[in-house]
Write a protein that binds this ligand. Structure first.
Ligand code: SAH
Ligand code: SF4
Ligand code: F3S
Length: 468
């Protein structure tokens, strides 16, 4: 209760800053509507955070833009999960110097997971003097105050904040999509997989109240959303620490019970917490996507232990086999890391064995990237990167064959699909209930509607079809 009063007070203060900024930003933009650009790197958690910042920027009177040239405020919401993600940000921030030179009033802000690492925030501060604002994931709710401080003092502002373990409900929100939307159900992560930076930059795991989630889902459905994706780093441990006992399967059931024609998706599931109750809930409910994104990371028990994943290959296969037996159209996807420190070619072969046995629809594949401050980064890592790249290529080849075979097995069948977008050549991209993309010919007006499509061809792992 005290927490709720405190978060409420903080948010009221932010509303005051928003009001002050309406005039300040207008004047700074030469008495025109200011334009703001938010670029998001990384996972859907960041996408959801960016939607909040965009919502706040709109309340400050800004128009949102995708064009760097015309922006008066540029925010990069960054990801720290692998070195490659960080390098992209460093490169792109370097390119902003020219924009700042052309428009000295331009406010450049960097936020997100990278900024929660002190050594990175320091490096940004030193290397990029034209970046006016640096803030971390723990202080997003203070975004208006931070902007206010930057523009009124003209001083560079850095605030990494601390994880206060609270959830700030009721921030403004600008959703990017009009028929597909993200719905965070929890924040942070307590798992501390030994390679992963997320728990350090996102803080402790905390769940939003089911009533708040259900209300938001209801609003989305009333507004015409056809697909809601429930988000969390480990959705299966949803509910820990809440007053009312509720499991993720229970929440999923309740969201899908809201009246209306829509699909519910969710990610990510951690194999250690994926329950039979969850599988049964998916199996019993048509609105819940028959898609399970269940990252296994490695097929070697020895490596899984060192990764601190708390399951072994046998347990993983047990859930997968249970899910396959219960959910007829099940599509399985996963994340896998190649070249964890100390991984041998034999360990890697066990990863390939698992991939061959499960037959995933698709895989997100990563070469291990050391993250400062994680236990794995301190381990000996004798296998050279070139060698790991060879293993990686071997893995891709195995998966390509599996994906092609799986796609071919869908030819001739008819699926209900949600039409998502049209590409430059006029081809529609649609997604099946179990999250597989099918390309179709058809008119643009169908975007955002459910249709039926017969799969007529599979070219490698891309499906083509026709509307029926
Ligand atoms: N919470 C999710 C994953 C979030 S990060 C889960 O537990 O499944 C997304 C993926 O990035 C991870 O599943 C992992 O495969 C990969 N990843 C995380 N840290 C990494 C690192 N240091 N090097 C390479 N890949 C990494
Ligand atoms: Fe990272 Fe593991 Fe948490 Fe996923 S569960 S975010 S891999 S620590
Ligand atoms: Fe990246 Fe942060 Fe997500 S590190 S993967 S954006 S939680």
């Amino acid at each position: 209760m005290i927490d709720e009063i405190n978060t409420q007070k903080t948010l009221e203060k932010q509303e005051e800053y928003i009001e002050l900024l309406q005039d300040i930003l207008y004047i700074r933009a030469n008495n025109q509507q200011p334009k703001a650009m938010v670029r998001t790197y990384g996972c859907q958690q960041n996408v959801a955070d960016s939607e909040k910042m965009k919502g706040m920027l709109e309340k400050m009177g800004c128009a949102l833009t995708e064009e760097l040239e015309e922006a008066d405020i540029i925010i990069f919401n960054t990801c720290a999960v692998r070195e490659h993600a960080e390098d992209r940000v460093f490169g792109n921030v370097g390119a902003l110097k020219a924009y700042k030179r052309k428009k000295p009033s331009l406010l450049i802000g960097l936020c997100g997971c990278m900024m929660e690492q002190k050594h990175i925030a320091d490096k940004i501060y030193k290397s990029f003097p034209y970046v006016g604002l640096v803030f971390g994931t723990h202080v997003i709710h203070k975004f208006p105050e931070l902007i206010y401080h930057s523009v009124t003092t003209g001083k560079r502002t850095v605030e990494r904040g601390e994880d206060d373990g609270l959830i700030y409900e009721g921030l403004p929100l600008h959703r990017d999509g009009s028929f597909k939307g993200w719905l965070p159900i929890m924040y942070g992560c307590d798992n501390f997989c030994s390679y992963c930076i997320v728990p350090y930059v996102r803080g402790r795991e905390r769940s939003r109240k089911p009533s708040v989630i259900l209300q938001e889902a209801q609003q989305m459905i009333s507004a015409g959303y056809k697909e809601i994706t429930l988000l969390g780093q480990n959705v299966n441990s949803y509910g820990k620490g809440l007053d009312e006992p509720v499991t993720f399967a229970g929440l999923l059931q309740n969201v899908s019970s809201i009246e209306g024609d829509f699909w519910v998706r969710f990610m990510t599931s951690h194999p250690k917490d994926a329950s039979k109750e969850l599988i049964d809930t998916i199996a019993a409910n048509e609105k819940i996507s028959s898609h399970l994104h269940l990252p296994f990371q490695s097929g070697s028990d020895r490596i899984l232990k060192q990764m601190n994943r708390h399951y072994d290959k046998e347990h993983y296969l047990e859930i997968v086999n249970y899910a396959k037996s219960k959910i007829p159209d099940l599509s399985l996807t996963s994340d896998v890391i190649v070249g964890f420190p100390g991984e041998t070619y034999e360990d890697f072969q066990q990863t390939l064995d698992l991939i061959r046995e499960v037959e995933f629809t698709s895989l997100f594949t990563f070469i291990y990237s050391p993250r400062v401050g994680t236990p794995a980064a301190k381990k000996d890592d004798p296998v050279p990167y070139e060698e790991k790249s060879k293993w990686f290529a071997e893995l891709l080849k195995v998966q390509e064959e599996i994906a092609a075979k799986r796609c071919a097995s869908m030819v001739g069948k008819t699926y209900r699909v949600l039409i998502e977008e049209q590409n430059k050549n006029g081809i529609l991209s649609a997604r099946t209930q179990n999250n597989i993309i099918v390309e179709l010919e058809g008119s643009e007006d169908l975007i955002g509607t459910f249709q039926y499509a017969e799969v007529t061809r599979a070219r490698n792992w891309i499906l083509g079809g026709r509307l029926v």
